[in-house]
Design a protein around this ligand. Structure first.
Ligand code: MRU
Length: 352
């Protein structure tokens, strides 16, 4: 299937020894890349949401490790890794929930541990491979997921899981791109995703850029759409999928999944195997990131809440495996995921 027509945006560019990141704080009205020349700048960009979305964070961190080698003089990868350690630790801690970050750093460490004198070349090749593999996985998942959807369907998505959140094409949004290209999806709805507005500022922008008509809804309108039969699938991404299939994703996903089950709407989670964390047994064990409550107290820099009011801002929630109808990764589709099916596909991997 040729999906090129619907795939133009690239948020991460590695060139001339620096990492250019499409600054997602400024979209949709300013399209501007921020150049990172040090691993510290990459860590900061991840923390500040210049780059965001689980797979994109992992890819950026991998190139961050390449930048962490700056000024390091070492004869082997292992010696270089020792010198780079504080910078690698800073990258690893940039955000806590998306496991793709730790996965990518672990992969880069693995290369450093065994590389000889050519360690610089080895880590740059590895970061490039992580990016290339992510794009290929997304294209494959797109087709696998779209095949589950009956022609004429309406779909609802949450947050931004598109090209902006990955090497390109996207995970849940990749399924939507493929579903539109394959004439299976007729209506696309995207929730705003309060408070950072990944849906309103990013998802509908990137779909419009790629010529896919999408309709924005308030997050609270999701249940109404399901009740009135407008959507047949909720399609979302993931930041961490546990050994029992429990899945962390953007805050609000859990509420949509409960509504979906109540109304007979199916739930599809789409994520590469790099989002699967077999070392975390269940959702309760996931560290849920909390961001500054200030994100809730104003809009576009204008305070909307009375002075003296505080806010609680957890930015992810966990959808229990029991609410998921299909988990799509590049390795295949698991219907109604549970511990046994997860272990059969991903093995008892440990990240210790
Ligand atoms: O806080 P964000 O914008 O990084 O959160 C992103 C999400 O929750 C996405 O749904 C998830 O990372 C999957 S992106 C393919």
């Amino acid at each position: 299937m040729d999906f090129d027509r619907y795939d133009h945006i690239r948020p991460i560019r590695w060139h001339d020894g620096m990492l250019s990141l499409l600054d997602q704080r400024k979209l949709p009205f300013t399209v501007q890349y921020l150049d990172c020349r040090s691993s510290h700048e990459v860590s900061q960009a991840i923390r500040d949401l210049v780059v965001r979305g689980a797979p994109a964070i992992g890819i950026a961190a991998a190139f961050g490790v390449v930048l962490a080698a700056d000024g390091v003089d070492a004869a082997t990868g292992a010696a270089a890794m020792q010198a780079m350690e504080p910078r690698i630790v800073e990258l690893n801690a940039a955000r806590p929930t998306a496991v793709n970050l730790m996965w990518a750093i672990a992969r880069m460490r693995g290369v450093l541990a065994t590389a000889g004198a050519n360690w610089r070349y080895a880590i740059e090749s590895e970061a490039t491979a992580i990016e290339r593999e992510d794009l290929a996985a997304n294209r494959h998942m797109g087709e696998l997921g779209a095949n589950l959807i009956s022609p004429g369907s309406g779909v609802l998505t949450h947050c931004n899981t598109g090209s902006l959140a990955t090497a390109g094409f996207g995970t849940a949004l990749g399924v939507i791109r493929a579903g539109v290209a394959m004439d299976r999806i007729q209506r696309v709805y995207a929730g705003e995703t309060r408070p950072w507005l990944q849906g309103a500022r990013l998802t509908v922008w990137e779909l419009r850029e790629d010529g896919i008509p999408a309709t924005l809804i308030a997050d609270a309108a999701g249940a109404h759409l399901m009740k009135t039969g407008v959507v047949q699938w909720l399609i979302v991404g993931a930041d961490r999928i546990c050994a029992n299939g429990d899945t962390a994703n953007k805050i609000g996903t859990y509420a949509h999944a409960i509504s979906a089950r109540h109304h007979g709407v199916k739930v599809m989670v789409v994520a590469p195997a790099s989002t699967v964390d077999m070392a975390t047994a269940r959702g309760e064990d996931i560290h849920i990131e909390e961001r500054d409550g200030a994100e809730l107290l104003s809009m576009s820099g204008v305070r909307t809440v009375a002075d003296g009011v505080s806010a609680f801002n957890p930015v992810f929630d966990v959808t229990p495996a029991g609410l998921i109808d299909a988990l799509v990764t590049e390795r295949g589709v698991i219907e109604h995921p549970d511990g046994e099916k997860m272990a059969a596909m991903f093995g008892p991997v440990s990240r210790a």
